[in-house]
Design a protein around this ligand. Sequence first.
Ligand code: HOZ
Length: 431
Amino acid sequence: MVPVKDRKSAALYERASKVMVGGVSSPVRAFKSVGGTPKFIRRGKGSSMWDADGNRYVDYVCSWGALIHGHANPAVSASARAAMSSGTSFGAPTETEVRLAERVRRSMPSIEKVRFVNSGTEATMSALRVARGHTGRSILVKFEGCYHGHADPFLTKAGSGMATLDIPVSAGVTAGSVGDTVTLPFNDIEAVESEFRKEGDKIAAAIVEPVGGNMGVVLPADGFLPALRKACTDSGALLLFDEVITGFRVGPGGAQGLLGVEPDLTTLGKVIGGGFPVGAYGGRGEVMAEVAPEGPVYQAGTLSGSPVAMAAGLRALELLTKGGYRRLEEASAALQEGIESGAEKAGVALTTNRMGSMLGEFFCEGPVVDFTTASKTDTGAYGRYFWEMLGSGVYLPPSAFETAFVSLAHSDADVERTVSAAGKAFRAVKK
Ligand code: HOZ
């Protein structure tokens, strides 16, 4: 492995650890599960980012999927700068947020009305409140290994950092807060039908990532989402798709557009903010009419609908074309194929799952269809692979339970370089 220059990042991490919890602003960034210490990033451009020591990486984290156009896209940045020069926040509505809402509605017909917030966490916790307000029921059904942000009711058997750091239930979450949460295995139709048979009239909502993106990538099995849709409809519960990752990432209509299953409520984030902090929740008009000021479900936010974030997000969505999604598919398929063939040549057991530009790599025999099978991944091998790749200038998610993202800025040369680095890394992992 080429040793990565680390003097400045290491010094920054030491300074950060004295004044910031774990030296980071969000746990998965701390590199805990891959070992070593995090790289401090100085700048990004296109598919590349550079750390404090000047190391250049082809970036497959892409701000955890937010940067579908890559880093510092000139048009997105120009829109943000133009908005900023007219004032950064008003605490009052602007035309830009109306335009972004109109665009979201055009792309995702299940969203008749939307509310903008500042993060995916805010979106999911608010959407759950709406579902409970609308149905007058309490129970939330969720799925193992899916991650819906860090609001209390979602913090059991969740993916992302919870899986990475092996925290089954977050400390600080009271039994009361999760007392109405029922967690079922992802892709398990029987478990869904049995739970709805048992408690269907008490279930307010079922929330699911239609494509799991926080236990690595796990695709919905044939019939799973339609069965969940039917169970919700039959029992009067709401179906809530968490499309914070998949929204505008896997296609203009999100996973719901691609898979043909329509939820009652949807949460969005990442891509719709163009790299700025944004979340959104929305759904049928009559359900969203529960939200204040139209209805009694309270939710608010000083910086919600930030004009800068709205402008960046709107531009990011305007730049997404059919050709762009085709390009993402081609580049991601080439990446998946190249990686799989490198692993096979090196004799490494690797299973990959992919939906469009979302790629999951599991160091185990497949198939990986739920959190139990995703957990079979050899996290130690992933850690070694991660560092080999980093040494070759490829920045992967620093956790075996996250997704690698391809952006429109990734070139064929980036993909080729990554595939060749992966071939070398698999040989080193095998030794
Ligand atoms: N929510 C991200 C995982 N899907 C993690 C973000 C972070 O830790 O920076």
